[in-house]
Design a protein around this ligand. Structure first.
Ligand code: BGC
Length: 753
């Protein structure tokens, strides 16, 4: 080789090896955990084929391990699976994804872990009654720990649908009717699921659902249309989502409903304008189960190809189970109907979260680890949650707490219903682990003298044959404790009811027990606020539990016997009659608000003149007010609010107002009060709610003890979307209340200048 040729060879060789080393560096950027998230996402997307990109957007439901599903993971046709719960199977599939698929992209494994995986906490509506951010956060953390043991790394929770209709079965899964409460607790749940970092081995990704408006389904009929006008959407329905996005939620799920004609899975205003542009959300959006293909029966898309085009162009990243993306997107890209840049953006959103979750480094379940599922600590936390989620609605003559020396008759179908006590959305909680009230009497409260007569086998049972026995049992005892409510199947998804009285003949059972002439304690376990007005006269005390979960039994006994003092408050309004629905505390005023005590139907004189009752807003038969207002709940002790003070009577934008009261425990027991701050913006550019919750604090006090409770209110807290649809606070006069529920409290006012 002459020198010229040698030089030439060296130059080519050097260039080639530089190219190769750059290539191999580039190739491994996305696998290099020291590189930035955006470098890794960018590097990976550059190497992906269109088919691999579309595969990431495809989520399938897992039924069992087959070569079919293994093949799909290997070829990269699937980015996520839901409902794989066997850790061995999870690991097998992740191994294939990491080692056998071309680019080694791990799967994200989803499951509905709604109120616990195995250790079941109270249903979310119950947790909301605790008004306890820490408790809710801890419950979510425990659910995450148990999930990761199974290889589940993504939950479809929290559900943030504002729920003002108890006929809707999914009210059980909600955090109630109020956007402030749902927002605070939703954010707490996100923090609990996701921990400090998503890549922590005890964290799972949260999913805010259902975006948006699903809880406002017409008539409470699940999946139905909603008609939420823009101001209400902005000020109420979107608010808890905004707060939970701010808390760092990794994913969001679109809802089934169409709002004003536009199904959420094809709504670019929601996904692009609100979520991405205004809120700067950088996680990914998944559809609900087939909510994309359901745009065909909605009459919004003609066929599956149009579905895929509508959703992709609206900004929906991952499709749950209906597979219109995997079948149509590549053709749609070829036809120029979905730009490749759009696909890249959607896939990047998914990859970003997979990197953030640390799945490229370790997507595996820790096989062989004894784990913490059903650990003593988890059960103790579930018990505490059930205690703090119970609401005392009535307690005549201080019947509760019960005297341990008295004999009780335990009656009713919910006294020993280990499956139903757990509530809706329980796939993994085992009833063998549930402790019912009867089991707690047998195992823990063994010193209590009791007789047990269920009277009805289950809540819908209509057989009254054993009523006599129940009355006999009550006669033999000092007090009857009657456990009524709903089986878990009567609430939850697709389980709406048009009649929400105690189901079956349970009210008749309660009434029949009057014949025993003994004090009656009614303990309810239900998935919704039932219409119990007709039952109240037949019970001296009422303890209301939204399905309390695995440890509901001992929690209820702790409360009945005064080991714990009830402190929960209602996260939803309790209506008197189903016909009052919708009824919620933060409604707008009418021009003709009804009187507090309107004339009763039977007192209306015959042939009374048309306008003799006053032309105002109320029902002739059920009046103006609910049975129990939002925020209501009693305690064995009593609390007195005095001395409401405002640090100023005027505030400027940017300033803060301190609102303080003195809270005194004026009763005999140590107790915890949930002090609530409400505000009314008296005049606005649009009509404003009569009251809005703006703060709450849990205060524990010994008998006779007083504490000063201080709330801070800033001008920003008063901001809302007014007529011009720009979020800001408007100057003017405000009323402010601090009290123990939405219908009471000390009142003052201030102005915003
Ligand atoms: C529900 C979602 C749930 C999904 C997956 C749907 O039917 O609406 O809330 O996460 O199924 O199970």
């Amino acid at each position: 080789m002459n020198r010229g040729k040698l030089r030439m060879f060296l130059v080519v060789f050097l260039a080639f090896s530089m190219h190769m080393s750059l290539y191999s560096q580039n190739k491994s950027i996305y696998k290099d955990r020291t590189r930035s998230e955006s470098d890794r996402v960018g590097d990976l997307i550059r190497q992906m084929t269109l088919a691999e990109k579309i595969g990431q957007m495809n989520q399938l439901n897992f039924e069992k391990i087959t070569t079919g599903i293994e093949e799909k993971v290997k070829t990269g046709e699937v980015g996520s699976l839901l409902n794989v719960t066997n850790p061995v199977e999870v690991n097998k599939l992740q191994e294939i994804a990491l080692k056998q698929s071309r680019l080694g992209i791990p799967l994200i494994i989803g499951r509905d872990v709604i109120h616990g995986l195995h250790t079941i906490f109270p249903i979310p509506l119950g947790q909301a009654a605790s008004f306890d951010d820490e408790l809710v956060k801890n419950a979510a953390h425990i659910a995450a720990v148990e999930s990761r043991e199974k290889g589940i790394n993504w939950t479809f929770a929290p559900m943030l649908d504002i729920s003002r209709d108890p006929r809707w079965g999914r009210i059980a899964e909600s955090l109630g009717e109020d956007p402030y409460l749902a927002g605070r607790l939703g954010a707490a749940m996100v923090r609990g699921f996701q921990g400090n970092t998503l890549s922590d081995p005890t964290s799972i990704a949260a999913c805010l659902k259902h975006f948006v408006g699903y809880g406002a389904a017409e008539g409470g009929r699940d999946y139905n249309s909603t008609n939420i006008p823009i101001h209400l959407l902005r000020n109420v329905y979107l608010e808890p989502f905004r707060k939970s996005v701010e808390a760092g939620a990794a994913t969001v799920m679109t809802s089934f409903n169409d709002n004003d004609g536009v199904p959420a899975s094809g709504n670019s205003f929601l996904l692009k304008q609100v979520l991405r542009k205004e809120w700067k959300f950088d996680g990914f959006v998944v559809s609900d189960w087939a909510s994309m293909s359901e745009m065909i029966p909605h009459g919004f898309a003609a066929d599956r190809k149009e579905v895929a085009s509508l959703s992709a162009n609206a900004g929906l990243d991952m499709e749950m189970v209906s597979q219109t993306y995997i079948q149509n997107l590549s053709q749609l890209v070829k036809e120029g109907k979905v730009p490749i840049q759009t696909i890249d953006e959607l896939v990047k959103n998914i990859l970003r979260i997979k990197f953030r979750m640390g799945l490229f480094e370790n997507p595996f379940a820790p096989i062989g680890d004894p784990g913490k599922t059903y650990s003593q600590a988890h059960l103790a936390a579930a018990r505490e949650a059930a205690i703090k989620s119970a609401v005392l609605l009535k307690n005549n003559n201080q019947l509760l707490p019960l005297d341990k020396g008295k004999k009780i008759a335990v009656i009713g179908p919910m006294a020993d219903a280990p499956h139903d006590q757990m509530g809706t959305w329980v796939f993994d909680g085992q009833k063998e682990h549930t402790i019912t009230p009867v089991k707690a009497l047998q195992t823990e409260y063994t010193h209590i003298n009791y007789v047990y007569e269920p009277a009805l086998a289950f809540s819908r049972d209509k057989n009254k044959a054993r009523f006599e026995k129940a009355v006999e049992a009550a006669k033999q005892a000092d007090v009857a404790v009657v456990f009524l409510g709903e089986e878990s199947i009567l609430s939850g998804e697709a389980h709406s009811l048009s009649n929400i009285n105690l189901i079956g003949v349970q009210s008749d059972l309660l009434a029949a027990l009057q014949a025993a002439h003994k004090p009656v304690v009614l303990v309810v376990m239900a998935g919704r606020p039932l219409t119990i007005e007709r039952d109240l006269p037949n019970a001296d005390a009422v303890l209301y539990n939204f399905h309390p979960g695995t440890m509901g039994g001992p929690a209820i006994l702790d409360l009945l016997y005064g080991k714990a003092n009830p402190g929960g408050k209602l996260p939803v309004t309790f209506v008197r009659e189903v016909g009052q629905i919708p009824m919620y505390y933060n409604h707008n005023n009418t021009g003709r608000p009804g009187p507090k005590n309107p004339m009763k139907l039977d007192d209306i004189p015959l042939e009374a003149k048309q306008s003799s009752l006053g032309n105002s807003s109320f029902y002739l038969d059920s009046g103006r007010d609910p049975l129990f207002p939002f925020g209501y709940g009693l305690s064995y002790t009593s609390f007195v609010y005095t001395d409401l003070k405002l640090s100023a009577d005027k505030i400027q934008p940017g300033q803060k107002l301190a609102v303080s009261v003195t809270l005194t425990n004026s009763g005999k027991y140590e107790g915890t009060e949930i002090a609530q701050l409400y505000v009314q913006d008296i005049v606005g550019s649009i009509a404003r709610p009569v009251k809005e919750l703006k703060g709450y604090q849990k205060i524990s006090l010994q008998p006779g003890e007083s504490k000063k409770v201080i709330f801070e209110l800033s001008a920003g807290d008063l901001a809302f979307y007014g007529l011009d649809l720009i979020k800001k606070s408007e100057k003017g006069l405000f009323n402010v209340w601090v009290g123990g529920n939405s219908d009471s409290g000390l009142k003052s006012s201030f102005s915003l200048q």
